[in-house]
Design a protein around this ligand. Structure first.
Ligand code: NAP
Length: 257
């Protein structure tokens, strides 16, 4: 980092799905840089536990139960954030579900739920939060996609499609919101050691397990949630204001495009 403060004025950040994994690490890092953090998670208990963890580490946080597929709950929670922490001008759309199913077995309901959480959830959070960013003349949105959107993945047609949608959505918002002082970037992780990745491995969806993929990873290790958090925090800083509409791969070299 440059030694510059992350932000020239106090900032409030919302991180969706930050009760665990990548979202939790991102919330912790944003708070360590001085942002007040709203932890949103579908599981209210894990949201509150994550907020307590941030507070114990010296940060400012609140934890709220929010299903990002539910627009009315997003609007309600946003009003709570405004009154508790002030208007949010940093948004990390991280909440996601990553099921595996053979293409021919994916039901209309499976497809709709993945789209509702991963793609529509990102759309709704961006649309709900953008007015406060426009009013502030400054905003940072980081949308978490997936390397599956870049490469495709067997048994993840619905997931990869939703995460590819996140890239198109983000690039469009980068163009439309750029003149308002708002940047919108995309981070597509690959193989990050989180509860979701371990769950997929235990269910047998990752071949011989997480560690077996290390040899096909140029940097020869599994990713950590903090690897993604660092990229998100950098993109949220004042000094990243000339970076927008970009796909910033954080994947140990597993995908080079
Ligand atoms: P994780 O450990 O499962 O964390 C995701 C969090 O989002 C969980 O706390 C989960 O709650 C929450 N969540 C699920 N549905 C939600 C909803 N509708 N509204 C609000 N919160 C919801 O997963 P992760 O590995 O950290 O993944 C974070 C993001 O990175 C996801 O978008 C994922 O697709 C993406 N990603 C991860 C990897 C990887 O290697 N780990 C690779 C590519 C992309 P519950 O646990 O209660 O369901």
């Amino acid at each position: 980092m440059s030694g510059l403060p992350a932000w020239s004025e106090p900032r409030t950040a919302i991180v969706t799905g930050s009760g665990s994994g990548i979202g939790l690490a991102t919330g912790m890092r944003l708070a360590a840089e001085g942002a007040a953090v709203a932890v949103w998670d579908i599981d209210g208990d894990s949201a509150k536990a994550a907020a307590a963890q941030i507070t114990e580490a010296g940060g400012t946080a609140v934890g709220l139960a929010v299903d990002v597929a539910d627009r009315s709950r997003i609007d309600e929670a946003l009003a709570e954030v405004r009154s508790l922490l002030g208007p949010a001008t940093i948004l990390v759309n991280n909440a996601g579900i990553s099921p595996f199913k053979r293409f021919l077995d994916i039901s209309a309901e499976d497809f709709a739920r993945v789209m509702a959480v991963n793609l529509a959830g990102t759309f709704h959070c961006c649309q709900a939060v953008a007015p406060d960013m426009i009013a502030a003349g400054w905003g940072r949105i980081v949308n978490i996609s997936s390397s599956s959107a870049q490469t495709g993945n067997t048994r993840q047609a619905h997931y990869a499609a939703s995460k590819a949608g996140v890239i198109g959505l983000s690039r469009s918002l980068a163009q439309e919101l750029g003149p308002k002082g708002i940047t919108v970037n995309i981070v597509p992780p690959s193989f990050i050691d989180t509860p979701a990745l371990r769950g997929s491995a235990e269910a047998g969806f990752l071949g011989s397990g997480v560690e077996s993929h290390v040899q096909s990873t140029p940097v020869r290790r599994v990713g950590r949630p903090e690897d993604i958090a660092s990229a998100c925090v950098y993109l949220a800083r004042d000094e990243a204001g000339f970076i927008t509409g970009q796909v910033v791969g954080v994947n140990g070299g597993r995908v080079i495009v």
